[in-house]
Structure formats: C-alpha cells, structure tokens
Design a protein around this ligand. Structure first.
Ligand SMILES: Nc1ncnc2c1ncn2[C@@H]1O[C@H](COP(=O)(O)OP(=O)(O)OP(=O)(O)O)[C@@H](O)[C@H]1O
Length: 623
C-alpha cells in the first residue's frame, strides 16, 4: 500500500505564533491541556448538534467522550475525542493557519503580553498551537463524521507539517504530543488530573484519564440557585469566560413565560477591549436543552453587550436549528429582547443597591452602554436610567444618573440641559454655564466625544427633553424681575446703535457666522457660539469634522450664530471703536469670534489667530 504524504508550509502568521508559543510562553505550559480539552469538547458539541438532523452519520454509536492516556516510558500525552473530526482539507486549513480575524494585530498584542504577563494569554486562546508549548512533535489523527478516509497531520512546529493517509480510524480526533525533555511530567497522572480539575470541571462530556472518569458532567445554569456555591459560580465563570479574574457582577435567572429561559451571565472585572486587546467577540454561548447550538453567539445579545460571558439556554428553540438560521429566527429575536431587558433591569437594581460598585462598573463598561444608546433605539429608556455623567451639582469624578437630575430639578423646569467640554474645569470656565449658575439650574457635563451623540439619540428622559446648552433656540423661562433687569442694562446701548453694531459684526464675520444676535443668557463673557442646527451640538460637529478630515474631505462645518453680551464692556466699547477706528475694531471682533469658537471646542486657524493676537497686544502695550 502506498501512503500518500504531502508536505505543507505553515502560513507566515502561524509561524510567528508558533515562535511565541514555543519560546515565550513555556512558563504557562499547563494551558496546553486546557486548550486541547476545549477543542475536543467543541468538536463533540458540534457533532452532537449536527447529528440531530443528519441521517448519515459515520460511527453513529460511538459514545461522546474525551479520553486521555499517558505513556511515562515513551513520554507521550494523548487525547482522543469522538467528535466531528476533520477531513484532509480541514486538517490542512485548520491546523496550518490562524482563523483569528486581524491575525497581525492579535500577534503583536500576544507578543506584547508574553513579554509583560504571560498569565494573560488565557485571554487570547492560542488554541491548538499550545500543544507545542509542551510537545517537540505533535501528531493529529483525525477522521471526519462524513466517513471519508482518515489522515494524520504531523509537525515539529518549526516550518512545515505533513499530512498522510491513515486508514482504519474511528470518527473523531486523536492528538499525540511527544513531550519535550523538560515537560515529561505531563505524562504523570497526578499532574494531568490536577490540571483537568482546575480547568475543565464544566466540560459537558465525560473526560476519562487512563480509563477513569475525572469530571462530573453538569450544566450549572440548570441547577437550583440556592444549591450553587459562590466558588462554583466563580469556577464556572473562569471556565466559560476563559478568564483568570473573578466576575464583577453575576445574573442567574430562569423564566417560564413568555419563553423558557435559563441564563447565567457574568460581567468580568476588566475591559480588555479598552485595554487595547482588540474588539471582543461575544462571550455568551447559546444552548437548547443543554446542547450547545451557538458558541460565542452573536445573535443572542446585542453587539454592545459583547463584554458579557456566560450561557443562555432555552428549551423553546428548535434543536435542529442551524447556526445560519439563528440570525433571522423570530424566536431568537424575542429571546434577545427578553434577556437584554432583564440584564438592563438587573444593572438598574444593582445601581440602587450599591451605587459605588455600580460606578466601578460604569467606569469600566459604561462605554458599551453608550454604544447601545446610540445604536439600539428599543432599549433607550432602559439605558437612559443607567447612564452616568458629571454635572454642575455632582462632585468631581462622581458622575450621577439622569434620575438624580430629575429629583433635583425645579418643578417648573421642562428640559434637561447638558454641555460638552474637554474637562470639568474647561466647562466651568466657559460661557455656556454662566446663566445656569446664576439661575441655579443643574447642567450635565458631557466630557467624552460620544456623549452628545448618546444624549441626542436618547432625545428625552422620563418625558423631559434633553437639550444641549449650545443651542441657538435655548429658551429658559425668565422671571418678570429678570426681564426688567435685562431691559435696564440693555439701555446702555440704544436700539439704533445696537442694530448698527449687529449689522457691522455680521458683515465683518460673514465668513464664519450665519447670524449675530443679542444674548439673553450671557452674564460675564462677551460672546459665545451657538448652534442654529438643533440636531447637532458643537461637540458632535467636531467629531464629524475630524472624521471628514481623516477621509480627506476637508474641514467643513456649518455656520454658527454668535451671541453677544451688550453688558460686557468690550462689546460696548466695540460699538464706539467701529465708528472711530474700523481697522482695529475688525481685529477685535475677529478675535472675540475666535475666542468664542475655542470655548465651543471648535477649530480656528492658529496662524491667523496668533498673528492677530500679537497685533492687538502690541497696541495694548503702546497704551
Ligand atoms: N479536536 C478537534 N476536533 C475537530 N476539529 C478540531 C479539533 N481541534 C481543533 N480543531 C479545528 O481546528 C480549528 C483551529 O483550532 P484552534 O484551537 O487553533 O482555534 P479555535 O478553537 O478555533 O479557536 P480558540 O481556541 O481560540 O477558541 C478549530 O476551529 C477546529 O475547526
């Protein structure tokens, strides 16, 4: 018989990964057992799911299990599963490349983590290649559930691998690891058993070590809450989440109506996405009657809840549903809504129960809720209750909820106000909050670029409109007393001169402003920029302008209105100056406009501005 053997080069990224695995990660070697067991369990889950509908299954009656055998004399570690197996083509494709999207970023982050803290590699899932942490040579013998001929894959993990025909195999995969000299203890039963106990106690198939079952197969989420210990929950979290930390929050709930649901969801302690580890994939697995239907399911929760880890099990789902059909399945959609609502309600309860702990959650994962508020209209009321912002009445660094704002609001106030700025200090020094301070009206400070999008999408909260304080049509009710005081002060400039000043300013600043108007709200500052477009705040325009700029589309923003404060001496003086020394008045007007733009966080031309500023200073020092 001729055995057909072919030789293949590893993909370049795989070579890099193998290099890191072999040369940098050897202190975390135990991980290889977890990775191989986890792949075996995945292969068994896939087989179990497929075999529900398939009619023609090879080796249909072989029990679903994982066998590990050790050879202390020949120094080998062998793991066998009766799962879905791999065809020749699958062996070549799956064990020669890295399936990870963005493999290059993944690799550089992995290399970085390997240097800093190898315990982080759990987060990456090095997968099958972890076998080379302990093995000098690895053989993979596999036969697919379609019954096609079996093959053996072999490599020493350096540059290439071979694939040979191998007749007579059963369905599934056997991996034989020839242990490196300094890894011989992985052929010792006590050692392997302790690792399995630590990592794999929740695998839902029997694991036999040298013929003896070493795990208890259980679906923790289907058990009665009262009978589950804290430690079991934590262990389960580490298992499903591939995690090394402990969870920050946990929600275990069951429902019978309208849908039968068993869900166990965890919020991790760390946000690895923000830490620069790339976009997270969903961490929740979808089961039906304890059978895994969709691992890392993208369908069972909205994308912005991708930081959650855990399990959702529903008996109502058809067992034979294919992964492709999940996306459009109406029942899955319904499950998603029920679970999302329940989780958001849980967060609300936690925020009430322990506000400080919730702030810790908010600091780490708030960004995901903001993402939700800008993308999922149907949850906006639930999300509105969970948002936290600093405000003129909050302590610095201690954001408050919109519900707190409502409680403090004057009875006749109809709107909730907010203003964007880069920091608390910058906002408080700016013109927008002057009137709010004077009238003792609370104003929310939005300090992240995304915040104004969030509040604008939200539109309202508990029936009160959310309004940015840089809107041109901002109307805050005035008392009679206030109106009178205003009129008295405006008397400083008669109406003809006021009109003339406004017309002159409008003409002088025509390049930048749409209109110049007398302000009803400025207290001390001479002027400020406001937005005639009620849908866009300056901060939103800044973000959009930056993205236009990145795309090479130029910095185009819509024209603003300039509000001027007739009580301010600079503005009063400008009226005279415009008549006596127009050239200088133009410089002053433009500088006032640029200053107001900067206070609105908008872009001015720094060269022109600095040049003009020196001109004005020169005149000031000359007296
Ligand atoms: N025991 C096995 N039986 C069948 N297929 C397997 C087995 N082990 C690995 N594979 C296949 O090889 C692929 C690559 O495995 P690898 O462990 O590198 O990545 P992964 O399991 O997809 O990802 P991760 O380990 O990060 O979750 C798997 O997706 C699977 O298709």
């Amino acid at each position: 018989m001729t055995v057909k053997t072919t030789t293949h080069e590893f993909q370049a990224e795989t070579k890099k990964l193998l290099d890191i695995v072999i040369n940098s990660l050897y202190t975390e070697r135990d991980v290889f057992i977890r990775e191989l067991i986890s792949n075996a369990a995945d292969a068994l889950e896939k087989f179990r799911h497929e075999s529900i509908t398939a009619t023609d299954v090879f080796d249909a009656h072989v029990p679903l299990e994982i066998n590990i055998s050790l050879d202390d004399k020949n120094h080998t570690f062998t793991i066998t599963d009766t799962g879905i197996g791999m065809t020749r083509h699958e062996l070549e494709a799956n064990l020669g490349t890295i399936a990870h999207s963005g493999s290059n970023t993944f690799l550089s982050q992995l290399a970085e983590a390997a240097k800093k803290d190898v315990s982080l590699i759990g987060q990456f899932g090095v997968g099958f290649y972890a076998a080379f942490m302990a093995g000098s040579r690895v053989l993979v013998q596999s036969r697919s559930w379609d019954g096609s001929e079996g093959h053996e894959w072999a490599s020493d993990g350096t540059g290439s691998f071979t694939i040979s025909e191998m007749p007579g195999l059963h369905r599934g995969t056997r991996i034989i690891v020839d242990l490196k000299e300094d890894a011989h203890d992985y052929a010792q039963k006590w050692k392997v058993e302790s690792i399995i106990k630590q990592y794999s106690s929740f695998v839902s198939f029997p694991i036999k070590l040298e013929g003896e079952i070493v795990n208890t197969v259980q679906a923790l989420w289907t058990r009665n809450k009262a009978e589950i210990s804290e430690q079991e929950y934590v262990d389960f979290y580490k298992f499903v989440g591939n995690a090394i930390d402990e969870p920050m929050y946990r929600l275990h709930f069951s429902a019978d109506a309208p849908l039968a649901i068993n869900a166990l969801l965890f919020v991790p302690k760390e946000n690895f996405e923000v830490m620069g580890f790339g976009r997270m994939e969903s961490g929740v697995n979808l089961y039906c009657q304890r059978i895994l239907i969709d691992q890392h399911s993208e369908n069972i929760l909205p994308e912005w809840l991708r930081f959650l880890k855990g399990v959702v099990d529903s008996e109502d789902l058809p067992l034979n549903i294919s992964r492709q059909a999940l996306q459009d399945n109406a029942l899955v959609g319904k499950l998603r809504r029920v679970i999302t609502k329940r989780f958001l309600k849980y967060l609300e309860e936690e925020a009430k129960r322990d506000a400080d702990a919730y702030l810790g959650f908010w600091k780490t994962f708030g960004i995901f809720l903001k993402e939700g508020a800008t993308s999922s209209f149907e949850y906006r009321n639930d999300l509105g209750k969970l948002l936290r912002f600093e405000s003129s009445k909050s302590e610095a660094g201690k954001p408050v909820g919109l519900a707190d704002y409502l409680l403090r609001m004057n009875p006749d106030q109809q709107e909730i106000y907010y203003i964007n700025g880069t920091s608390r200090a910058a906002i408080e020094a700016g013109p927008y909050v002057e009137m709010f301070r004077k009238k003792d009206i609370e104003i929310i400070y939005t300090m992240e670029p995304i915040d104004d999008f969030v509040l604008s999408h939200l539109g309202e909260f508990e029936g009160k409109k959310l309004v940015s304080a840089d809107r041109a049509d901002l109307a805050i009710p005035e008392t009679e007393e206030e109106k009178k005081a205003e009129e008295d002060q405006e008397a400083g400039l008669d109406s003809t001169r006021t009109e003339a000043l406004l017309a002159w300013l409008k003409q002088t600043l025509a390049d930048g402003v749409q209109d110049v108007i007398v302000s009803k709200r400025l207290v001390d500052a001479p002027a400020m920029i406001v937005n005639p477009d009620s849908h866009m705040t300056s901060s939103m325009q800044r973000v959009l302008a930056a993205s236009r700029f990145e795309k090479g589309l130029g910095l185009e923003t819509s024209k603003k209105n300039l509000e001027i404060n007739l009580r301010n001496p600079l503005i009063k003086r400008l009226a005279d100056l415009q008549e006596s020394d127009e050239e200088f008045a133009v410089d002053v007007a433009r500088q006032i406009y640029d200053n107001a733009m900067i206070q609105a966080g908008l872009v001015v031309d720094p060269l022109v501005m600095v040049d003009r500023n020196y001109k004005i200073l020169k005149r000031a020092v000359q007296g």
